[in-house]
Ligand binder design. Structure first.
Ligand code: PLP
Length: 393
């Protein structure tokens, strides 16, 4: 290796060494984890792939079709259409773009009126970005006692206000960022069917958890259904770079079928494919290839094991919290644990000074721990000790 190259790499290493490492177990508030080791080889193999110009990369493009089919399989959809894109943010913005286009078509001469979309209070902030770009009007029903959208309120609201405003879409969350709760998509689907409303499900986190969640972790009387088997669910965000263990960037947007492509297509005359549907033009095929490989390598059984380990560790954390006198906000639905705290900002900053990175909820005064695959029981023991030390100081 040339001296200059060696120096540059040495320099880069110095920067990289300042980053936290998942395996140290101190990252407790991230929805990403250490990518599966097979990813390294694949990243190198697909380094120059560009799905923005798919005619030049027909092999990678075919892989994308296969990945969407496999994801369709876990979401109960035999004819899925979609893309592996930069992340959940892009996926949610893409879905809002479709709702906006459909609403424009329906509104005719009033096409410049805002699209009215029901959005849970617990929705990820990516929807705020969509609102800025597309001038959407969000209506947020209150949360019920389980921290999910109050379906009864919503039903009454739609029946009351529909004639006046028209509801163009409902966003439901399957694994909300703060608490891991799942909206009652089954009931929402009945309302949407009756009133011909589009449902987008944000399963960016839950998409690679809920289908693999063993019966023993499922809460009684809780509705876990969220996929295309429910009527009027027309699109789902599902991110391989969260619980799918793919390296970043690998987000997923999946539609019920190919007919939704027309809402996204723009002419791209100077490319090999004359239409482009994704928000991002030039885009890597690395997410496609790594997701394809991981779904083959791990399969349902592998993902089930990963999810079970995370759920066991979530319950272990709950047990330790109890021993140390900390209270949870809810019994974990997925591998997200909440810890009640009067001043979560202060506590999280104290923890950060001790090297622990946790995050906070917005909808309730609490810390939130995402029990990702890189967290083990020893990390949990050490964390609880640190947390109780914060409370003593
Ligand atoms: C439910 C949900 N949707 C969307 C996103 C955005 O995903 P990304 O950060 O990959 O853009 C997140 C991120 O945490 C999320 O939790």
């Amino acid at each position: 290796m040339e001296i200059k190259e060696k120096e540059i790499l040495r320099e880069l290493k110095k920067y990289r060494e300042r980053d936290l490492k998942y395996e140290d177990g101190k990252i407790l508030g991230s929805m990403c984890s250490k990518p599966h080791p097979i990813s390294k080889k694949i990243v190198e193999m697909f380094l120059e792939s560009n799905l923005g110009d798919p005619g030049l990369f027909p092999g990678t493009k075919e892989l994308e079709g296969e990945v969407i089919k496999s994801i369709g399989n876990i979401l109960n959809n035999k004819n899925p259409f979609g893309y592996i894109i930069s992340g959940g943010t892009e996926a949610n913005i893409t879905a809002m773009r479709v709702i906006k286009k459909i609403s424009r078509g329906k509104k005719g001469k009033d096409k410049d009126k805002k699209a009215n979309i029901i959005l849970p209070e617990t929705a990820h902030f990516s929807f705020e970005k969509a609102k800025d770009m597309m001038d959407l009007n969000y209506i947020s029903p209150p949360l019920d006692k389980n921290y999910i959208m109050d379906v009864k309120y919503l039903k009454d609201y739609i029946e009351d206000k529909r004639e006046k405003h028209g509801i163009d879409g409902i966003v439901a969350i399957a694994g909300c960022t703060e608490l891991g709760t799942i909206d009652n998509v089954l009931e929402l689907s009945k309302i949407a069917k009756e009133h011909n409303i589009y449902i987008h499900v944000d399963a960016a986190f839950g998409g690679f958890v809920i289908p693999f969640l063993e019966e023993r972790y499922r809460l009684e009387n809780y509705n876990y259904e969220f996929d295309f088997s429910l009527e009027n669910v027309f699109s789902i965000t599902i991110d391989p770079h969260k619980m799918g263990l793919a390296p970043i960037p690998a987000g997923g947007i999946v539609f019920k079928d190919y007919s939704f492509k027309k809402y996204l297509d723009v002419e791209a005359p100077y490319l090999t494919d004359t239409y482009q549907a994704t928000l991002i033009g030039t885009r890597t095929g690395i997410g496609v290839a790594t997701t394809w490989a991981l779904m083959k390598l791990l399969g349902s059984e592998g993902y089930r094991e990963i999810v079970s380990k995370c759920m066991d560790n979530s319950y272990y954390l709950i047990k330790k919290m109890k021993e140390y006198g900390f209270e949870k906000v809810i019994t974990p639905v997925l591998n997200i644990v909440t810890i009640k705290d009067e001043d979560p900002l202060r506590t999280s900053l104290m923890l950060r000074d001790m090297g622990w990175y946790v995050s906070m909820c917005r909808c309730v005064d609490a810390l939130r721990i995402i029990v990702m695959p890189h967290i083990n029981k020893e990390h949990i023991d050490n964390f609880i000790e640190a947390l109780s030390q914060c409370k003593r100081d």
